[in-house]
Design a protein. Structure first.
Length: 353
């Protein structure tokens, strides 16, 4: 039987693409194991779906001063030896890494055992963990043509694996859930898993104008709902949307979003005209800005830098994307990504002896 180890952790974004691959890998006859941290979010998500899970020690790799910088390297070294033992035990034919700090010792351990490694880099600019791991990769999957150029010969633009259920949403279910009463187009606002205060404020201050043309679904983030905006006709806010998300996406005609790699790849795969408002450099390493610029250049997205976000720029963007929605959809339909799961599993198969 063919054997594969999946790894990735620290955030849901480093786990859900692995989960999206699992049904196809099972169909192709793979015995699947997962390596993550002892108690990270990945442990709960993977054990829920019945995949054998193995925890290892892991330390965070920081670019800033922290006392843990003196102890975490020892955790990474410990994780490396734990991962080597797991490679000997599990004997995988291939390792697929989605990123996150836990993957560094796993990738290094696999490479030391001459096991082929595939790394998926979501962002245009690799994060620190993947920068360390990428030299050991046999193949690299990426979302952006610019990333492919950095690793010519080893890299393929695959897009991010998207869970199949995301494509099977029912717009009528979302319409009823939200309690809408007319058939205006639907504007979906997503600020990321913790919400985005700047985006929230811009939506609330522009609400009267936006509601003239749209029903609005606003995912605000935990503890960020605005009590004064509840009960407004055509506007509904949620802290978070779980199993109903495919239905909400199916109803949405236009999406306002951050520019995290997984989020924008979902918008691309679903062919949703969108406005991206990336995290500023003051709040991040700038990866969302690069992601957004690439999507803008490809014609998939309209971009507003957070520093330029005002009622006026937001309303102008909504009007422009609404008027040019067919142009955006056409560009997305021409994208290189295609069926990411089929492409990635094809690369996995090519490396299995």
């Amino acid at each position: 039987m063919k054997k594969i180890v999946l790894t990735g952790g620290g955030t849901a974004g480093h786990v859900t693409p692995n989960i999206a691959l699992i049904p196809t890998l099972k169909e192709k006859g793979y015995k699947i194991s997962y390596i993550g941290t002892y108690d990270g979010i990945e442990k709960e998500l993977i054990e829920e779906i019945g995949i054998p899970y193995y925890g290892i020690s892991s330390g965070k790799l920081r670019r800033y001063f922290d006392l843990k910088n003196f102890t975490d390297p020892f955790r990474v070294i410990k994780g490396f030896f734990e991962a080597k033992k797991l490679m000997k035990k599990l004997k995988p034919d291939v390792v697929f890494s989605k990123g996150g700090f836990v993957t560094v010792p796993v990738v290094l351990a696999a490479a030391s055992k001459k096991i082929p490694v595939i790394i998926h880099e979501s962002d245009m600019s690799p994060g620190l963990a993947n920068k360390i791991a990428l030299p050991k990769a046999s193949k690299i999957c990426c979302n952006f043509p610019e990333t492919k150029k950095m690793f010519e010969g080893r890299a393929t633009v695959t897009g991010t694996p998207i869970r199949s259920e995301l494509f099977s949403g029912d717009p009528d279910k979302a319409y009823k859930m939200c309690g809408f009463t007319d058939k205006k187009p639907c504007l979906l606002v997503v600020g990321g898993s913790t919400g985005a205060a700047r985006i929230n404020e811009a939506i609330w201050s522009s609400l009267d104008c936006l509601l003239k043309d749209y029903n609005i679904i606003h995912i605000c983030g935990k503890d960020k709902e605005n009590e004064s905006k509840k009960g407004i006709k055509g506007y509904v806010q949620f802290e978070y949307i779980g199993p109903e998300l495919p239905d909400v996406f199916a109803l949405a005609d236009l999406v306002i979003s951050r520019a995290g790699a997984n989020a924008i790849c979902e918008l691309l795969a679903l062919r949703k005209p969108n406005i991206l408002i990336p995290l500023s450099k003051a709040q991040s390493r700038g990866d969302q800005i690069l992601n957004a610029k690439s999507f803008k250049k490809s014609g998939y997205s309209y971009v507003i830098e957070e520093e330029n976000l005002t009622d006026e720029t937001l309303l102008k963007a909504v009007k422009y994307v609404s008027e040019n929605r067919e142009k955006y959809i056409s560009k997305m339909e021409q994208s290189q990504g295609g069926n990411s799961i089929e492409t990635i599993t094809g690369i996995i198969e090519s490396l299995v002896k």
